[in-house]
Design a protein around this ligand. Structure first.
Ligand code: ATR
Length: 261
């Protein structure tokens, strides 16, 4: 197996350690590298995968849309998200999928049965992939720019609300998908009315505890940090590459130990 994650910059990617651990645990020989590529290198690189040099790629910022013209097929999740995070080969074809949304939903399913009301904070690409993967339409989407939330809501037949109109006590699951909190100080939404035991998830994993998650924990929420989505999307990608279902819990422990260092 020869696998890689491509992006720019890529030096801090945690994907190589995650996938190499799963390769070893599955008894598969191989390598998973981090490739820092420029946009005009994507074409030749994908040709070399077509020629059999590579068995699969993960794709990260800023190329999740740029890789699409080099693929033979997109599956439904990739089409819904308008973005590709995983490329694999089947019957000589290069196929793009997107495991981000389903990865998060699989991980969150350990905490909820999805019978309650879900709040999605943010209306960018990440929110779009997550909403399309949610197994419920009992969803409200809120965003700084309300017009974007309304567009997403219309697309997926869910409700949109302005940030100022959101009553967080109405929700059973809250998923934070914006970049707000990466600075370690800001938060997109106050949780002062949070109900105890509400599942609160942030997809950011640097820092591991965002101000949003820290407020949720103080108010008795059940917090899920960004490792859930990172490992969840990685696990579904690994399965596409190798046909083997990897151990997500082992993956989460490994990533936690690296991020807590
Ligand atoms: P991604 O693909 O990672 O979701 P994106 O499409 O740029 O990235 O979306 C970023 C999300 O973070 C959006 O919901 C954006 O809100 P706007 O649509 O109003 O821009 C949100 N976001 C980014 N910076 C923000 C900030 N300072 N305050 C509130 N929301 C912010």
């Amino acid at each position: 197996m020869r696998l890689a994650v491509i992006g720019h910059p890529i030096a801090h990617s945690l994907s190589p350690v995650l996938h190499e651990q799963w390769l070893r645990a599955s008894g598969l020989f191989g390598r998973y590298e981090a490739l820092d590529v420029l946009e005009d290198e994507i074409g030749p690189l994908f040709q070399s995968m077509r020629d059999g040099v590579w068995d699969g790629f993960n794709v990260t910022i800023p190329y999740k849309e740029a890789v699409i013209p080099f693929l033979d097929e997109l599956d439904d999740p990739a089409r819904e998200a308008g973005a590709v995070n995983t490329v694999y080969r089947r019957d000589g074809k290069m196929i793009g999928t997107n495991t981000d949304g389903a990865g998060l939903v699989t991980a969150l399913s350990l905490e909820t049965d999805w019978s309650g009301h879900v709040l999605v904070v943010g209306a960018g690409g990440a929110a779009r992939g997550i909403i399309s993967a949610l197994p419920t339409r009992n969803v409200t989407v809120t965003n700084r720019t309300i017009a974007r939330a309304e567009r997403l809501a219309q697309r997926f037949d869910v409700e949109a609300k302005a940030l100022s109109d959101v009553d967080v006590s109405r929700y059973d699951v809250i998923i934070q998908t914006t970049s707000v909190g990466m600075d370690g100080v800001s938060s997109p939404l106050s949780l002062n009315r949070l109900r105890q035991n509400t599942v609160v998830c942030d997809i950011i994993y640097r820092p591991l505890v965002t101000p949003f998650l820290s407020e949720a924990a103080e108010r008795g929420g059940k917090t899920v940090n960004g490792i859930a989505m990172f490992v969840g999307q990685g696990a579904l990608a690994f399965e596409r590459f190798t046909g083997v279902k990897p151990d997500q819990l082992v993956g989460m422990k490994l990533i936690e130990s690296l991020l807590e260092e």
